[in-house]
Design a protein around this ligand. Sequence first.
Ligand SMILES: [Zn+2]
Length: 443
Amino acid sequence: MHRIHRLLTGAIVALAAAACRNDSAAPSSTPSTANPLLVAIARAGFDTAGARDLGDQFAIEQDILISKAVAARWAAGKHDARPGGPSFQWRTTNLVGQTKIYGLKVDLSGLASEPAWQSAAVSALAEWNNVGSSAVYLVQGTPADITIQAAYLHPDGCGVAAAASWPDGTNPGPTITVYTGFCGSPNTNSTKLRNVVHEIGHTLGFRHSNWHCRPPSCQSEGQAGIGAIQVPGTPSLDANSVMNGGTATVSWGGFSANDKLAVRTLYPRVASVVINSGSALDDVTGPNSWNYNVGISAYDVNGNYIPGKVPQSITLDHPSIAQINVYGQLEGLQPGSTTLRATIDGITGTAPVQVSTITITGPSSLGMTESGTFGGVVTGPTGPYQALYWTSGEHNPLGCDGQASCTVTGSQVWYSGEGYMQVVFRNQSTGNFITAWVPVAPE
Ligand SMILES: [Zn+2]
């Protein structure tokens, strides 16, 4: 079961506040901006222009209610109480996987009979795609990762404009429902756009920025079974967050700077793909060689490594020279040069690849005291190649390092009935090491 989140309207909240007001309270009026409580509220980051005095609380920015008791504590320099307005950007425990966030498919076909909502949804996808430096990239299509559909009324009544499900494992919340019977006002193309942007945020794991202090009396939504983790780097107050709850009648004004910071922090956009730490790749073809585990890493615009990213594609310009085998390793097929390309979230990194063969000459078997000489020759596209190390299964070093050939006895090679001779070359053009080996049997 997907947990459903509700978006209550500012209108309903304001109505509830009015209903709770003592009859003897002063009538609503526009207070002086010199009011010390309003000065404290303004210092806390709220726009107090147009603030309304509702008796025991102020209405700020239309739908944010801050009690005078809280404002008085702020005015006294005490911030022990949760601020009555929006705070921090928050995420759920689950997030969409880094391998999935780019290119999520959104099915809007369920909005075909609701052109205003459909238009809002199309615009909402574009707004998410334009955050900048964010890996969130939404496209219309099926099979859908997120389905946006229309219904008449939320089970809680006409005060709910839209609802969404939370991320499920590493998948986005699968469903957003918009309610055509929504009775809040205004209910314009602009508020619809803001609502869809907001609900998409929930499907990607963003909680209400003010979840812990919802108007009118700073109620907390609690952990709600989904967790509440503050996104690092977001500041203490953000009255402009699109993820504030209770904002179904607020017009779209763009993501706040901290909304964008939160998105970029959780879902950083790939800016570069680096293969093998930026070095050329050397691989050896032949039966007695090892294939190459290729390191492919994604980095953001600031050069920070992005964990969890995997390539959507890895290709070689000349498939006859090398391939990526079923184990994901680079496997040389014949001597030559080619280029490896790896693409993550639409960004491609490249690395030059050299494939060589190493031919090791020498006896296929040796007696315990019998002496044999092994040599090695590299055939490759670059070079020159320098023999660096000779090793065997039993005795190392063999005293042949840096030499083109190595003379050993069987006792230096085999052990427990088997043995081998291995040589390591350095490609002096690329700086890489390549190696191969031959089996040597006992006699
Ligand atoms: Zn919400």
